[in-house]
Design a protein around this ligand. Structure first.
Ligand code: 2U9
Length: 343
């Protein structure tokens, strides 16, 4: 029995020295001392080997030890739940968290994504190119004559180190690069920032964003152009919006046209936005000029194509009734946080 009493003393010391720092070590302690195959169970099993006259005394010692081991367990259990542990934490995880302010998309990005995704659904692929361009891709290939006002320093930002370099004035240069690759048919949409040497005002800025499109294949007709752009308008502005095409002129398309939609504000009755005409212009378009096709190495007898271009700021201003172009580049959070997109 003395041996057993010595053992119990050692277990007691072990319990007193035990470090329990979480649910895992608490459970380890329980299994070791209090479990069904644990030390306590084992010691109670030894009772039968104790002589009858010592049974009472040993029983007393064993019960004290049991109470000690159980009390320690309860004490640790309490501590573990106060300090917090993944399994037994007293933290209330259902409490609402702190608000993290989430940013919003810029209205230009929202509208650009919308435009691009409509054309993607029609099978157009996105094409991108450099913002610093050479004269050939930005002007010459596009049939812009030497004396065209767009080439003037007043209208275009040239790079001072090299008079052949400039900030692209439209994303048409991306289409030229795509045509040069010679892989036909071509069906691309080119979103991107463009630069023009304009005095900044409510209606003009020295940079803005465009989406241009190009479709070249055999037998592409003006009817394809009209139907494609009509589909775009219906998807973008709704089924009740009307369109009309007016003849126009661009050096890179022939014939050329501008497309109007019935005014979104007054529905065509006449208001300030449509200057009482009932119509607002949203894009320019036309059949790619045969000279442009030839300049880019495409046989104009075999292939025809249509192209169009629109300013995203203009569409965004119409959609959200924004009166001043400068708001888009001022980064005023009070302005920006008003816009949310479904995507
Ligand atoms: C190639 C051939 C033809 C793109 C076109 C327009 C008409 C047009 C303006 C809209 C408002 C520019 O942002 S804006 O100021 N664009 O009216 N753009 S046809 O024609 C091309 C493009 C590439 C190779």
């Amino acid at each position: 029995m003395d041996q057993l009493i010595e053992k119990i003393k050692q277990y007691k010391e072990e319990i007193d020295a035990a470090v329990i720092d979480g649910a895992a070590s608490l459970e380890e302690y329980r299994i070791k001392f209090l479990g069904t195959k644990g030390i306590l169970k084992g010691l109670f099993g030894e009772m039968k080997s104790v002589a009858n006259e010592n049974k009472k005394e040993f029983g007393q010692i064993l019960n004290d030890f049991k109470q000690h081991a159980e009390a320690k367990y309860e004490q640790f259990k309490e501590l573990t739940s106060v300090n917090g542990d993944s399994a037994t934490s007293s933290l209330d995880l259902t409490l609402p968290g702190d608000d993290i302010p989430v940013g919003t998309h810029h209205p230009i990005s929202i509208v650009r994504n919308e435009i691009v995704s409509i054309f993607q659904r029609l099978g157009f692929a996105i094409a991108e190119g450099p913002e610093i361009e050479d004269d050939m891709h930005n002007f010459t290939a596009l049939n812009l004559p030497e004396n065209h006002p767009a080439r003037d320093m007043q209208d275009t930002f040239y790079i001072s180190q090299n008079p052949d370099w400039l900030l692209r004035t439209h994303t048409s240069s991306v289409q030229v690069r795509e045509m040069e690759k010679g892989k036909l048919p071509i069906r691309i949409i080119c979103p991107g920032r463009v630069y023009r040497n304009e005095t900044i005002s409510a209606r003009a800025h020295c940079f803005f964003q465009q989406v241009e499109g190009l479709y070249i294949d055999e037998n592409v007709s003006f009817a394809d152009l009209k139907q494609t752009l009509y589909f775009f308008v219906q998807e973008m502005f709704g089924k009740n919006v009307k369109v009309r095409f007016r003849p126009s002129y661009f050096p890179f398309t022939e014939p050329s046209a501008e497309m109007d939609i019935s005014c979104l504000i007054c529905g065509g009755k006449g208001c300030n936005v449509c200057k009482h005409t009932g119509w607002v212009e949203i894009l320019g378009c036309g059949m790619v000029h045969p000279k442009v096709l030839e300049n880019c190495g495409i046989d104009s007898n075999k292939y025809t194509g249509f192209a169009f271009g629109m300013g995203i700021e203009r569409i965004t201003m119409l959609k959200y009734q924004i009166k001043d172009l400068r708001l888009f580049s001022e980064n005023d959070v009070r302005f920006l946080k008003q816009f949310t997109s479904a995507t």
